[in-house]
Design a protein around this ligand. Structure first.
Ligand SMILES: Nc1ncnc2c1ncn2[C@@H]1O[C@H](COP(=O)(O)OP(=O)(O)O)[C@@H](O)[C@H]1O
Ligand SMILES: CC(=O)OP(=O)(O)O
Ligand SMILES: [Mg+2]
Length: 376
């Protein structure tokens, strides 16, 4: 049986899981890394702490979530020095995420020298985006030189929930057109046709698209010039504002959807507006992706918000009955796996994501065919 350690080093958190075959046998989480009163001062020490408590005997492979794989990494990849160097070269494209992922790889390689390491990229699932979806309408030479294009993220999650939605519908993925909505701290939408990503809301970086916990999502790019020229903000301050102090946090002071929902229920106007902005953005993407797909079998919600916030699911899809998209209020509150009425043309689903399980599976896939140094 294969024993897999999965490390998901987020920008401010660290999650690990250990799988024995397809059984999840251990897990841990360190949150608010680097924040005052947080779980650890930095990713290295968080990782050393969790790994000191985990049972790391007889591991066959370590799977790492790597957020940005650029254009070159289109599938899970066994890590060697060259792969590490390539991930390092991609840091400018994902300054909040790739450095943490690299720390995870470096610490794991040091602590577990005999165990093969596999990088599983958030971007890989979106390698199938057609050029018309991946290309920004900017000077083509500048874009080529600076690798400016839409990459898309959360691919591991979109792939996982798309496959599980197909299972739920009892149909092969090949014939299905789906919209998957990953609503966590980061949030993104994806149009999946025949199991392949054909449109997604994040872009060059995980800042674009939906409203998130602390990220703005889509903006008129001229807002950045305005912040600089009129607001006097240097570029790093703008980066920090849009990535860390915008989204739900910027609109309400709370980045946690649970707090926003509580305050909205208590009549707080800022929370009410933030909720409306958040849900409307989702609806705009659902409409756009329905148009891109031309037909639709299911809309699937996942992530902490998507799996738990019935009010968000209801509001994001409200008024779309004419498009065949209906949320049954009772099923939505019960949060079963299908929350549309049985007769509705489009199934609306709730599928808990499991990025770590997907990473474990992909890490094993990448290893098969590779020499196995542990000999097991
Ligand atoms: N019961 C709930 N109701 C509404 N939102 C929730 C609930 N549980 C978690 N969330 C929200 O989910 C978000 C975190 O999502 P999650 O997928 O766990 O994050 P991450 O992207 O870090 O993996 C937070 O905004 C949190 O408020
Ligand atoms: C890519 C991304 O946004 O990841 P997360 O949601 O973990 O921040
Ligand atoms: Mg997430």
């Amino acid at each position: 049986m294969t024993r897999v350690l999965v490390l998901n080093c987020g920008s401010s958190s660290l999650k690990y899981r250990i799988f024995d075959g397809d059984r999840s046998v251990d897990r841990g989480l360190v949150e608010r890394i680097g924040e005052p009163g947080g779980g650890a001062p930095d990713h290295s020490s968080a990782l050393r702490d969790v790994l000191a408590h985990a049972d790391l005997e007889s591991l066959d492979v370590v799977g790492h979530r790597v957020v940005h794989g650029g254009a070159d990494f289109t599938g899970p990849t066994v890590v060697d020095d060259e792969v590490v160097a390539a991930i390092e070269r991609l840091v400018p494209l994902a300054p909040l995420h790739n450095p943490a992922n690299l720390t995870g790889i470096a610490v794991a390689r040091r602590l577990l020298p005999g165990v093969p390491q596999v990088a599983v990229f958030d971007t890989a699932f979106h390698a199938t985006l057609p050029p018309a979806a991946a290309t920004y309408a900017v000077d083509i030479d500048v874009a080529r030189r600076l690798q400016i294009r839409r990459y898309g993220f959360h691919g591991t999650s979109h792939a996982y929930v798309a496959r599980h939605t197909a299972r739920l519908l009892g149909r092969p993925p090949e014939g299905l057109d789906l919209i998957t909505l990953h609503l966590g701290n980061g949030a993104s939408a994806c149009a999946v046709s025949g199991g392949r990503s054909v449109a997604t809301s994040m872009g060059l970086s995980p800042l674009a698209g939906l409203v998130m916990g602390t990220r703005s999502g889509d903006l008129d790019p001229a807002v950045l010039f305005h912040l600089h020229r009129v607001g006097g903000l240097p570029v790093d301050a703008i980066d920090d504002l849009l990535n860390h102090r915008s989204g739900l946090l910027g609109l309400t002071g709370d980045n946690d959807m649970r707090a926003v929902l509580r305050r909205r229920a208590a009549g707080d106007p800022a929370a009410g507006l933030a909720f409306d902005v958040y849900c409307r953005r989702i609806k705009e993407y659902v409409g756009a992706y329905l148009a891109v797909l031309g037909r639709l079998d299911a809309v699937t919600f996942t992530g902490g918000v998507g799996e738990n916030a019935a009010a968000v699911r209801a509001a994001a899809l409200a008024g779309l009955e004419g498009l065949g998209i209906v949320v049954d209020p009772e099923r939505n509150e019960r949060a079963g796996s299908v929350i549309s009425p049985p007769t509705a043309p489009v199934a609306v689903c709730v599928v808990p994501t499991d990025e770590e399980r997907e990473i474990a599976e992909q890490a094993q896939t990448a290893l098969s065919g590779q020499p196995n140094p542990s000999g097991s």
